[in-house]
Design a protein around this ligand. Structure first.
Ligand code: RB5
Length: 158
């Protein structure tokens, strides 16, 4: 599996550990993150965008984003149409985010969780499969909001 991975200065060490660990399991990693933890001028939207773009363009199947909290980089990734990025600090949410929300970018905070928790989160996320059905209907609604700025089902109910 080809996975794009990106990070700002806060996530360099964790990115390297996760990337090495995934390579050991046979994944191909496209690293578009910052590699210099001393570079405090780097801006997380650049890396969130780069990862999201690779996933959106089909260059990578899935993406992983790491910043201090995971929040900023997830906000940036989610601005690319078709990207469903979520921040996870534990494996339950990571697993359900795939099964129910079909997330294609996983984000976490290097200042929030440790490396073993991060690995567990990534493992659960990669192993889970989207369940479709009623969950697809909800994702279609998210796409409708994304594309039109409106949601017919909500306006009908108003
Ligand atoms: C950088 O200091 C920090 O703001 C960034 O890594 C991230 O946590 C933003 O959401």
């Amino acid at each position: 599996m080809k996975i794009a991975i990106g990070n700002d200065h806060a996530g360099v060490e964790m990115k390297n550990q996760i990337a090495d660990w995934l390579r050991e399991q046979g994944c191909e990693i496209i690293n578009v993150g910052n590699d210099d933890p001393a570079d405090r001028q780097d801006d997380y939207p650049i890396y969130g965008y780069k990862v999201a773009r690779l996933v959106k363009d089909g260059e990578a199947e899935l993406g992983i984003c790491i910043c201090g909290t995971g929040v900023g980089i997830s906000l940036a990734a989610n601005r690319v149409r078709g990207i469903r990025a979520c921040v996870c600090s534990e494996p339950y949410t990571a697993q359900l985010s795939r099964r129910h929300n079909n997330t294609n970018v996983l984000c976490f905070g290097a200042r929030v969780i440790g490396i073993e928790m991060a690995k567990m989160i990534v493992k659960e996320w990669l192993e889970a499969k989207f369940e479709g059905g009623r969950h697809q209907r909800r994702i279609d609604m998210i796409r409708e909001i994304e594309e039109t700025g409106r949601l017919a089902a909500a306006e009908e109910k108003a």
